[in-house]
Design a protein. Structure first.
Length: 284
């Protein structure tokens, strides 16, 4: 069995130990504002498009946003906007994940999730966007991969996460709502890969690739593993593994279908120990 040397791992592994999103579980509120978040409520008019809800994915509370009619202009829609105060980080998070419900009033109504990463020089170094349009009556997980290709490669300093409901016919979206809970960096368990006791994850090769790409996964023992490939919008484009793997080395091979566009993709490897991600660039 290969040994894991910290110096080598620190060089090869891209994910590190992150602070969690402040109040990402929406358990703490001051009035109708979740702590560490900003909202577009109008308190003097008792007008609240964002409120707490007992319909939580975990814990006692979640955040609920609903498109309401303006108290000032009849027929004008006011969509909820929920935005985190800049969450400090010391490493580049690969993605923002969480759980949601969504009830749109029409096919053009969207739940828009945006992520912006700012570096130590106050410049935008990464971003991600996810558009959700389908109704979701029970809690489902979302993932927003973060693209750093346009940045200057300086270390990340903070992350801002935003949620809003958008529609090209705003008045018809009145009554649309979302529920959000358990927002986090890189999955439910923000861990260092140095602490990922499941085993060792290699880097993708070849990189970039014009076809199949391989990641070597070495497990210390039998482990239930799920491996997905996600595009820049967080949509799953392939599932490589979902089941029990034996101890030893396994080759995870992704051969993209012909209709898969060139670009950056995230391979997400999940076990009981946490989540590890790898980035693949497809250039045919």
């Amino acid at each position: 069995m290969r040994h894991l040397y910290p110096t080598l791992l620190a060089t090869c592994f891209s994910t590190a130990l992150f602070a969690q999103v402040p109040n990402g579980g929406f358990e703490n509120w001051t009035g109708n504002v979740p702590n560490s978040w900003s909202v577009n409520n109008i308190a003097p008019l008792n007008f609240y498009v964002v409120t707490s809800s007992a319909d939580a994915h975990s814990g006692a509370l979640a955040a609920r946003g609903e498109v309401l009619e303006s108290p000032i202009s009849a027929g004008q829609a006011v969509p909820p906007t929920l935005q985190s105060l800049a969450a400090p980080v010391t490493q580049d998070p690969a993605a923002v994940q969480g759980w949601y419900k969504f009830s749109p009033t029409q096919a053009t109504t969207q739940l828009v999730i945006g992520v912006t990463v700012v570096d130590v020089n106050s410049q935008i170094t990464g971003f991600g966007t996810l558009l959700l349009t389908d109704a979701q009556a029970s809690y489902a997980e979302f993932s927003v991969p973060i693209d750093y290709s346009a940045g200057a490669s300086d270390p990340a300093a903070s992350v801002t996460i935003s949620f809003l409901i958008s529609d090209n016919v705003p008045a018809n979206s009145i009554g649309s709502w979302f529920l959000l809970d358990d927002i986090s960096f890189d999955g439910a368990q923000a861990i260092s890969e140095l602490e990922w006791s499941t085993g060792e994850v290699g880097m993708p090769y070849p990189m970039p690739t014009n076809g199949a790409s391989t990641i070597d996964l070495t497990l210390n023992g039998d482990e239930r593993i799920r491996v997905d490939v996600l595009d820049a919008s967080g949509r799953e484009v392939a599932q490589l593994v979902d089941g029990l793997l034996s101890a030893g080395t396994h080759r995870l091979v992704w051969t993209p279908a012909d209709e898969v566009a060139d670009g950056a993709y995230m391979v997400r490897i999940r076990s009981a120990a946490g989540v590890v991600t790898r980035r693949i660039v497809l250039l045919r």
